[in-house]
Each structure stands twice: as structure tokens, then as C-alpha cells.
Design a protein around this ligand. Structure first.
Ligand code: FES
Ligand code: FES
Length: 210
């Protein structure tokens, strides 16, 4: 059953996810098209409401306020991927080693798997989905495509977000700066040379105002 033609049916995926994560995971219901995300947010109740150990909090993700019910132990990565269906940040190691889950929090690169969702309240969170503007890729995203900076693509969202933070801090990085800045992002496909080239290219374009 495809996501697009299942607006009033429960997909197998959403059913299994719903079974696993409990009825408070209302965003899960939306993945099967049962109800809209807006309706899910209304069902969640007001910020601060606690039911069955989960508290409703508001996260600002990619410029939008999103309500989500989380446990105190829920990571930002889990809140984004499992509750809000924002799947750009990837779960690689889930223990702070690979960088696949990198997001921006108030402009700084952080590992979403090592950040508690409750600690992200009141911060501006940007995932790879939020880097493009008006459906147009950022200069860095374009450079990744043009320079073949990806193979399987699993590490790419984390690398693009980490490199975005790097270029914000240092618009004219040397190759060593780039290597050091991206040292926490692992790529099992070994695309590093292309990634470094993409970051250098984007830096040049951005310095010219592109
Ligand atoms: S999934 Fe967060 S660092 Fe690997
Ligand atoms: S492109 Fe495959 S893990 Fe990096």
C-alpha cells in the first residue's frame, strides 16, 4: 500500500510502528495518512501535559513549531525521526560515534542521538531538510551533487549539516580545516575526497555571494 494512495487506510508500516510506540505517538498515525499532522498536534494536547510518562513539548524544527510527546529519555533523534517523521538525520551508531544524526541547534552542529529532546526546547533546530530554500538546494547541497560527494548517501545529511556549520564559522577553510571540521562524520563508502572538494567548491561560491 503506497503512502500516496492510502489517505484513509492504515499502512502496514504505520500499523507496526504504532504497535511499537504506543497510542501517544500520534505523529505515527499520520505516516499512514490516518489524520493530518495538524490534527495529530491537536490530539497531543497542550504543552506540558503528561500522559503515561510522556510529556508534550514543542520543538522548533526547520522554522516550524512542532508538538511532540516524549519521555525524559527520548533523544532528539528519536523525536525527529520516530515522532515527527523528519528522517533526514540518520541513526547510524546511536552513540555519538558516526555523525550521521548531525543537526544544527541554534546554528551549531550537534549530534541528535546524544541530545535529549527536552533539552532542545526553545532552540532553533535545523535538519538537512531545512537547508534548502524555496525548494532550491543550498550552494553546499548543490556542490555535493555536482562533485559526486555521495555514494549510498547514508552519511550525507550529517555531512552536509556539519559542513554547513563549518562554513558558517569559517567561510574560507583550508583543506586541513575541512578535514578537522568533518572528522566526526564517518562515511563507510569512503567519499571523503569528493566531500572535501564539494565543501571547498561551495565555500568559493558562497564567498562570492552565491
Ligand atoms: S547516530 Fe548519532 S553519532 Fe551516530
Ligand atoms: S556515502 Fe555511503 S556512507 Fe557515506
Amino acid at each position: 500500500m503506497s503512502k500516496s494512495n492510502s489517505s484513509n487506510k492504515i499502512s502496514r508500516r504505520s500499523f507496526l510502528k504504532g504497535m511499537g510506540s504506543g497510542i501517544l505517538s500520534t505523529a505515527t498515525l499520520t505516516t499512514g495518512g490516518l489524520i493530518s499532522k495538524e490534527a495529530a498536534a491537536r490530539i497531543l494536547g497542550p504543552e506540558g501535559e503528561t500522559i503515561s510518562g510522556r510529556t508534550v513539548i514543542t520543538l522548533k524544527v526547520n522554522g516550524k513549531a512542532r508538538r511532540v510527546a516524549v519521555e525524559p529519555r527520548t533523544t532528539l533523534l528519536s523525536a525527529l525521526r520516530d515522532r515527527l517523521d523528519i528522517t533526514g538525520p540518520k541513526e547510524g551508531c546511536d552513540r555519538g560515534h558516526c555523525g550521521a544524526c548531525t543537526v544544527l541547534m541554534d546554528g551549531k552542529a550537534v549530534l541528535a542521538c546524544m541530545t535529549l529532546a527536552v533539552d532542545a526546547r526553545g532552540k532553533d533546530i535545523t535538519t538537512v531538510e531545512g537547508l534548502s530554500q524555496d525548494d532550491s538546494l543550498s550552494p553546499l547541497q548543490k556542490a555535493f551533487v555536482e562533485k559526486d560527494g555521495l555514494m549510498c548517501g547514508f552519511c550525507t545529511p550529517g555531512l552536509v549539516v556539519a559542513a554547513t556549520a563549518l562554513l558558517k564559522e569559517n567561510p574560507n577553510p583550508s583543506l586541513d580545516d575541512i578535514k578537522e571540521g568533518l572528522a566526526g562524520n564517518l562515511c563507510r563508502c569512503g567519499t571523503y575526497p569528493k566531500v572535501f572538494e564539494a565543501v571547498q567548491t561551495a565555500a568559493k561560491i558562497m564567498r562570492k555571494g552565491g
